[in-house]
Design a protein. Structure first.
Length: 487
């Protein structure tokens, strides 16, 4: 068995697939050592979940560039925003125990600070909204502070007062209507727990979450205590250069302050997997975990019904976690994190007991994606690679042919050859497009798609061309051109 796991590790670290400029196509396999050097990343920590347990955890590289201290499974990394779902477990434990209500106005819990009124209007926000990023609060994230900086209190952070380096946390849109990521909102929820329990926040998290899950290499203490520093990796935000002072400090602990290991975060994943499987829970009931991984609802602007908080591409917001993949084997929950000089990703398949946590001491997100692709191939994860688009046969390709003009005068010539469709723009050679339906087409040679429009009589009247830009966390930016058919 040990030999088999070692063989799996060797296959994983020797089969990283770099992305190319073309969607869904990858370069030749690279080794982990090659890609650590390519991405100027000194070290990486990986923990793999298989068959509902941690199958292996391993560190590669070094804790700081040009040193010899190796990354081990016990090396501490900043989890960055993965601090949020771990914090959500603390909130949900208190909800489960009847100490908090997800749908109560948080101003009824807060004693040291209140959600600010706007003019004469006092917004009402809830923990459910805070955990699902639908509270309408400002401040997306936090840059952290140098070790030599004067650190703000949480109340100074919330009020945007010096020495805080971020703006005031306040509502500037109507709460509950749509998703907008807010580390500021998570910080409000942090203050709810502190006001309720009258304890320092790191102690709250240790008692409610870290100790019950056996996360012995994890702490929310900021700054990191001296006796923990020897285990910590150094941040490398740019070109493998160590950050002055080793790392930033994040007093916004619930949003960004967790120091941990890939193994400890994998323990979170395993616990949720066990509970969902019906095994005896450590703390959180199956109903609680299912609530965290359920799409949260927002009010529609039209009609009396509500809709889910969707992110596109089949993803949605739960309570603390994001999730996607539909139902069945493909369903997974996840969260990513990025602090100055650290990035991390946690991805767990809820029903098949698989997943992984990957942590880097650099800001090179693409390296994490390459590792995840290798793990996907080795462990047969579902639906990570984009499925090949189905191509249908056109019966009347000539019906699309013609000249299409935009309002600005840009011309596209569509021609059919042997029931295949080609588009010519400017002086470019004709480019073939492949149909996935009667109105939707894509090109294999470039990242471009087109769609056609019909009138009531079935005649083609217009064409829209989309060119996909940079994809970040699976959200894509499209440049669309709509052209009217002439003649």
């Amino acid at each position: 068995m040990l030999q088999s796991i070692e063989q799996r590790i060797e296959r994983v670290i020797n089969n990283l697939l770099p992305a190319t400029a073309l969607e869904g196509k990858f370069g030749l396999p690279k080794t982990l050592d090659e890609q650590l050097a390519h991405y100027h990343t000194p070290g990486i920590s990986i923990a793999v979940i298989n068959d509902f347990e941690i199958e292996w955890a391993r560190g590669f590289g070094v804790c700081e560039d040009r040193t010899t201290r190796e990354v081990t499974p016990n090396t501490l990394f900043q989890a960055a925003s993965i601090s949020k779902p771990v914090f959500a477990l603390a909130v949900m434990r208190l909800v489960q125990e009847g100490c908090l209500n997800l749908d109560e106005d948080v101003n009824n819990y807060l004693t040291s600070w209140r959600v600010p009124a706007i003019a004469l209007w006092q917004p009402r926000i809830t923990l459910r909204q805070l955990l699902s990023h639908t509270a309408g609060l400002t401040v997306h994230g936090f840059p952290g502070y140098a070790n030599s900086d004067l650190l703000p209190t949480i109340l100074q952070v919330l009020n945007g007062e010096p020495p805080a380096n971020t703006d005031k946390v306040e509502v500037n849109i109507i709460p509950g209507l749509h998703y907008r990521y807010s580390g500021g909102g998570t910080t409000v929820a942090q203050q709810v727990l502190v006001d309720l329990l009258k304890q320092p926040f790191p102690e709250i998290m240790r008692e409610l979450v870290l100790d019950p899950l056996g996360m012995t290499n994890s702490t929310y203490k900021q700054p990191l205590p001296n006796d923990w520093l020897a285990k910590a990796a150094t941040a490398h935000p740019f070109s493998g250069i160590p950050l002055e002072g080793k790392h930033h400090v994040y007093p916004e602990m619930a949003a960004a302050g967790l120091w941990t290991t890939a193994s400890d975060l994998a323990k979170v994943g395993v616990e949720l997997l066990r509970v969902l499987r019906g095994l005896s829970p450590t703390v959180w009931s199956k109903e609680t975990v299912e609530e965290m991984l359920r799409p949260q609802q927002i009010e529609q602007t039209q009609g009396a019904n509500s809709e889910f908080v969707g992110l596109g591409n089949g993803l949605f917001v739960g309570l603390g976690f994001f999730a996607g993949g539909g139902v069945g084997d493909g369903f997974y929950f996840f969260h990513s994190g990025k602090n100055e000089g650290f990035v991390a990703l946690m991805r767990v398949y809820a029903h098949i007991g698989k997943g992984a946590v990957v942590m880097l001491n650099s800001n090179e997100v693409e390296l994490i994606q390459e590792v995840m692709r290798s793990l996907t191939l080795e462990y047969d994860w579902p639906d990570v690679f984009e499925k090949e688009k189905p191509i249908i046969t056109l019966s009347q390709a000539e019906s699309y042919s013609g000249l299409y003009l935009t309002k600005s005068g840009l011309q596209f010539k569509v021609v059919s050859q042997d029931e295949n469709l080609f588009i010519q723009c400017h002086q470019q050679p004709p480019l073939e497009f492949f149909p996935t339906s009667e109105l939707e087409f894509f090109a294999k040679a470039v990242n471009t798609s087109i769609s056609f429009e019909k009138d009531d009589t079935g005649n083609i009247t217009a064409m829209t061309l989309s060119q996909v830009g940079v994809m970040i966390l699976r959200q894509q930016a499209d440049k669309q051109i709509r052209a009217e058919r002439q003649g």
